[in-house]
Design a protein around this ligand. Structure first.
Ligand SMILES: [Zn+2]
Length: 326
């Protein structure tokens, strides 16, 4: 199923089963005589593969004539790229995310598990997280990536798409901007119904600080048509950016208040004392699905890192976990 956005831009509805994001908006730029460009693919699972290929066929196109651009490394965006790219087709991604994706593909399941235990997850929870959907629906094949970065441009269907580096949601997230038509393909950098998840990464310091910086970086562009990778658009992009920054400010103050009252919490324990909204409800921490706990604790850890980098909090290793103090 596809939707005509405008001109030669289409979106294909790719369902994301068992995932609160519900669906991916895969964007498709018709090449009009030249090659087409597909932006993001969905998980490597049957429901995604069928919906994507059906949408492309309905458009009268095929993967033979299509290159792929990946906004970032997450498997709901990249899972199908390696298997769907025809021989010789380009798969664009930032060097940072492409390199991490390949390391992740090769990594054993113990990858990053030490970090989860330092955040305060139990052994049993860690064992479960080893088989998370993010791992399961990742590409199994090696992809031949073409690396792109800030200042590069992709030319498809008469459009010149400028690559804007927007680290934050992932270390190498990118957006694409068509200046002539004032269209921006946002990936997960700015979402309208949900706040993009910000988490910690090895070798990528201060993800939240970098994310806020990247929000400012896209604010300077004139965007008439923002195209997010999930859900729809509500209001203007600049209003949404303001609301996202405010949201993180509120979260940071909430964490500082809790930590001041109860020093020495782990990221996991602190997460349990925060208020969260999951699918419109505020479940108790005990009722949180583990996959959602993983996102929540990652989010808390990113905020704690924002505070520690700025000298507003510090952490002490105690008994195999990190405990935080203001
Ligand atoms: Zn993502």
């Amino acid at each position: 199923m596809y939707t005509h956005i405008e001109g030669n831009i289409y979106s294909i509805f790719v369902p994301l089963p068992e995932n609160p994001l519900k669906n991916l908006n895969a964007y498709f730029i018709m090449g009009e005589g030249g090659r087409n460009l597909l932006i993001d693919t969905g998980f490597r699972r049957d429901e995604c593969r069928e919906a994507l290929l059906e949408g492309i066929a309905e458009l009268g196109a095929s993967m033979e004539d299509t290159d792929i651009c990946l906004t970032h490394l997450h498997s709901d965006h990249t899972g199908l790229a390696a298997e769907l790219a025809a021989p010789g087709a380009k798969i664009y991604i930032s060097r940072e995310d492409g390199t991490r994706l390949e390391q992740f593909r090769q990594a054993s399941n113990s990858h990053r598990m030490d970090e989860y235990s330092r955040l305060g997850f139990s052994e049993a929870e860690i064992a479960f997280l080893r088989d998370s959907p993010m791992r399961k629906y990742n590409a199994v094949q090696k992809a031949d990536f073409s690396f792109i970065g800030e200042g590069d441009a992709l030319e498809y269907g008469g459009r010149r798409l400028r690559v804007i580096s927007t680290p934050g949601h992932t270390p190498g997230h990118i957006c694409l901007y068509d200046r002539e038509d004032k269209v921006m393909f946002l990936g997960d950098h700015v979402l309208f119904d949900i706040t993009p998840n910000i988490t910690t990464w090895p070798g990528f310091e201060d993800p939240l600080g970098k994310y806020v910086h990247s929000l400012m970086d896209v604010s300077i562009f004139d965007v008439r048509l923002p195209l997010p990778a999930h859900r729809g658009v509500k209001g203007s992009m600049s209003e949404r950016i303001g609301a996202i920054i405010e949201h993180h400010g509120v979260r940071i103050r909430e964490m500082l208040d809790i930590l001041t009252a109860e020093p020495g919490l782990t990221a996991y324990e602190l997460s349990g004392k925060m208020t969260w909204r999951v699918r419109g409800k505020s479940p108790s921490w005990a009722d949180f699905p583990l996959q959602q706990k993983w996102f929540a604790v990652g989010e808390t850890a990113a905020h704690l890192e924002y505070l520690t980098v700025r000298g507003r909090a510090y952490r002490k290793p105690e008994g195999g976990v990190w405990r935080y103090y203001t």
